[in-house]
Design a protein around this ligand. Structure first.
Ligand code: FES
Length: 102
């Protein structure tokens, strides 16, 4: 019998379920690998804000924002569910939505 092993996260709106590899440091790493339409102008340094995602499930299990993300979230008035993919740990069961491009 095959059992589910490993960590998975889901990207909306396409409901794309992706296995998280050990090398994935952030949600952005996965989005890039999967060629998902998520911008990352600063290359993952937490300074551009273009990798913003909406966390739809699993927010309560995420570690709190790090200092870099905290600063951007404060400057831009992010809601709790708005996170930077490059600064967000890809925890198992996370469901995040890639917002439509502005
Ligand atoms: S890629 Fe620039 S803030 Fe995440």
């Amino acid at each position: 019998m095959k059992s589910k092993s490993g960590k998975y996260i889901t990207f909306l709106p396409d409901n794309r379920i992706v296995l998280v590899s050990q090398k994935d440091q952030s949600v952005l790493d996965i989005a890039v690998r999967e060629s998902l339409p998520l911008n990352h102008t600063c290359g993952g340094f937490g300074t551009c804000g273009t990798c913003r995602i909406f966390v739809r499930e699993g927010l309560e299990n995420l570690p709190p924002r790090n200092e870099v993300e905290m600063e951007m979230a404060g400057d831009r008035g992010f809601a709790d569910y708005e996170r930077l993919a490059c600064q967000t740990e890809p925890i198992d069961g996370l469901v995040c939505e890639i917002p439509p491009k502005a």
